[in-house]
Design a protein around this ligand. Structure first.
Ligand code: 0O3
Ligand code: SF4
Length: 676
């Protein structure tokens, strides 16, 4: 973003100090590009709800290209294209748009979307949400709309001091992304003092761009007689930058564009500090520099306090042809290999169904049970990691032998997982999986309905044990031809998974809180079985043993985050989204990592766990309430954030392409922050 002017410093006159970083952030860049791409793809007009970003020049330029800006989605003609601005919208707006059959393109900045996700989480945990921000700002209107009945808005320190909540309220706070870092920290301290037990977001809501621009303005303010911040009057982050300069003791003014620079402001000003808000185009800064130059400010210097590399991907379907060819090619290669793995499973199971069905319809029942489970969906995480390991390691997507091996390994992993799930559902006594009855429950019901002899439950469980056994056998059959080093990984993986299950069962029988053992189980079952070993398997098929250490560090961290998310979803998730009943671990006395950590850190949770052990069972409702009151969910969210960061660190210096480093980083975040 360097201008010709700043690259050619001149000396002799009065001075301009340019702040760096300044101007467009990644969210604004993305939002503007979304409108441009939508116009190219759909043709004019496309409708934009509110200003796409708070800058009058940006809006005018997009209007000239054919964008129509409206105040409400209700003004958009039925069925037309409607873009939501970078500031985000409430669920009500999305509903209105759906009712009008609008083709919605969402330009909400991913960092604003993260705050919405946190609001939904706190609402789900039945907390009162204290939303720190400006009530009349679109971003706050959108976030507030996630949980209007349980959200209060606090705009400044005075309101934080005056806020009253009923005693015993379990509260959480979130903030607008563009607030002043210093003011917000004061407001949050007041809230924390007033409401002990208050929890906050897993990671800072004030975004990197707001923080960087405020720091840069502070730095130039110290050396300037006047600070000018280019941007529009309705831009929150820009106004905050003006306030930050003033708080540093320097005169400061908002400057919408060069024409509005009043020379009278410059009386007795030797040094002008110059920056721009996150929504101000660089061309406006260049025009201000030219104007200042004409007024005698001919010496230009840049003060850099941070460098920014953040780029957000465009929504799918909007990428420019050739813009992300490498990522598209990787996506296509992954998808093609995954499709082949699925086809391999279907081929095998359908041949087996015919073979055993010909003997007797009943002989095919366990094979059908496996096929139904595979067909019911699932995330295909293990095959995806295996194929990713292969491609990230440079495995040639066109080498037929390598391809065959990785497809077999990926298919084997999915069948191994089917085996684990079918047996796990018996162990957990789980009624549903992937939204449908589990194998043992389905066959127990069939037995009961038909009035067959013997115990229905034993029949159902017997069927599930045999279906699982078959899946395990098929998985081993598929992987039987793997090369030696890959076979060693396969053997380790299958054994670790079963031992992990065994320890899970043992801890359910004597559920003393033991976070170290619970963590070991999580590492074994999720870190290694789900992520590390599948990646290593793929890399090994590609002939790369040097990636094992990286994949171990990455997989163990991302896997623990995955398991912790699983525990959170189990305890507090919505069964309509997860496809399995909520609270199963608590109901079945599974001492998972969440419970083990909470029981050792919080006296009330510890007491309930201990009482349950003595009294013959846990009380799931009270235990869940105590978990929420202890803030364990919040602590776990923070731990998940740290684990995702560690997984990314493990990739940072690994011998991988930048594309794969980014991709694997995104995969770690996806497994850690999933909602099902
Ligand atoms: O939120 P703000 O008024 O600062 O919005 P701008 O000026 O359009 O800048 C982009 C920031 C944003 C979309 C919210 O984080
Ligand atoms: Fe996103 Fe921050 Fe830019 Fe707002 S200011 S659009 S949150 S990057």
């Amino acid at each position: 973003m360097a201008t010709a002017l700043e690259n050619s410093p001149r000396t002799g006159g009065k001075r301009v100090i340019l702040a760096e970083p300044r101007g467009f952030c990644a969210g604004v860049d993305r939002a503007i590009e979304i409108v441009e791409r939508a116009l190219e793809i759909h043709g004019a007009p496309v409708y934009v709800r509110k200003q796409i970003v708070h800058n009058e020049h940006v809006v005018r330029e997009l209007e000239a290209l054919g964008a129509r800006f409206v105040d409400s989605e209700t003004e958009v003609p039925d069925g037309a294209v409607c873009i939501f601005s970078a500031h985000g919208v409430s669920p009500r707006v999305r509903d209105n748009a759906a009712r009008r059959h609008l083709t919605v393109i969402d330009a909400t900045c991913p960092l604003v979307a993260k705050v919405h996700q946190e609001a939904r989480r706190f609402a789900r945990d039945e907390r009162t949400l204290i939303l720190v921000g400006h009530a009349d700002h679109e971003e706050i209107e959108g976030t507030f709309g996630e949980a209007p009945d349980r959200t209060v808005i606090v705009q400044d320190a005075d309101e934080a001091r005056r806020l009253e909540l009923p005693p015993g309220t379990s509260a959480a706070f979130l903030t607008q992304t563009t607030l002043s870092v210093d003011d917000t920290s004061e407001i949050v301290s007041i809230l924390r003092e007033r409401f002990p037990g208050l929890v906050g977001p897993g990671s800072e809501d004030i975004c990197y761009a707001s923080q960087n621009r405020q720091n840069a303005v502070k730095a130039i303010a110290k050396r300037s007689d006047l600070v000018l911040v280019v941007g529009s009057a309705n831009s929150s982050n820009t106004i905050r930058m003006v306030e930050v300069a003033r708080a540093a003791g320097t005169r400061a003014r908002l400057l919408p564009d060069a024409d509005r620079l009043d020379p009278a402001w410059l009386a007795e000003v030797e040094t002008v500090g110059l920056s721009a808000g996150a929504s101000a185009p660089e061309v406006l800064v260049e025009q201000v520099i030219e104007r200042l130059d004409a007024l005698g400010y001919t010496e230009i210097e840049t003060e850099t306090t941070a460098s920014e590399t953040v780029v957000f991907k465009l929504p799918s379907g909007l990428q420019r042809p050739g813009q992300d060819d490498a990522a598209d090619a990787e996506d296509a290669a992954c998808a093609a290999l995954l499709a082949r793995a699925t086809a391999r499973i279907e081929e095998l199971l359908s041949a087996e169904c015919s073979r055993w069905g010909a003997v007797d319809a009943r002989a095919a029942l366990p094979v059908e049970a496996v096929a139904e489970l595979v067909a019911a969906g699932g995330k295909r995480l293990r095959p995806t990691f295996c194929i990713s390991g292969y491609l990230a390691a440079g495995g040639d997507p066109d080498d037929p032998a390598g391809q065959d091996a990785v497809v077999a390994a990926a298919a084997g992993l999915e069948l191994l997982h089917a085996f684990a799930l079918i047996h796990d559902d018996v162990l957990d006594n789980s009624p549903t999986r992937r939204g449908v009855p589990t194998v043992h429950v389905k066959h127990t019901a069939i037995h009961a309905e038909r009035g067959w002899v013997g115990e229905a439950r034993r029949y159902g469980e017997g069927m599930a044990i045999l279906a699982g056994d078959l899946a395990f056998g098929y998985a081993n059959r598929l992987t039987a031809g793997l090369p030696g080093p890959a076979m060693e990984i396969w053997t380790d993986l299958t054994t670790e998974m079963i031992i992990g299950q065994q320890l899970d069962v043992a801890l359910a029988a004597e559920p003393a809180p033991d976070p170290d053992l619970a963590r070991w189980i999580a590492v074994c079952k999720s870190g290694r079985y789900t992520i590390h070993r599948p990646l290593a398997l793929g890399a090994s098929i590609a002939g790369r043993s040097d990636l094992q250490e990286t994949f171990e560090a990455y997989g163990v961290a991302a896997g623990e985050a995955f398991q912790l998310r699983d525990d959170l979803l189990d305890a507090f998730g919505d069964s309509a989204t997860t496809g399995k009943p909520a609270g199963l671990d608590v109901n079945e006395h599974r001492m998972n990592l969440l419970l083990a950590l909470a029981a050792t850190r919080d006296a009330q949770v510890g007491r309930l766990v201990a009482d349950g052990l003595e009294g013959g069972g846990w009380d799931p409702t009270r235990l869940r309430a105590a978990l929420l009151a202890s803030g364990a969910d919040q602590e776990i969210e923070e731990r998940i954030d740290r684990l995702v960061a560690s997984a990314r660190t493990a990739l940072a210096t690994a011998p991988l392409t930048d594309g794969w480093r980014r991709r694997l980083g995104e995969m770690a975040a996806r497994v850690a922050y999933r909602d099902h």
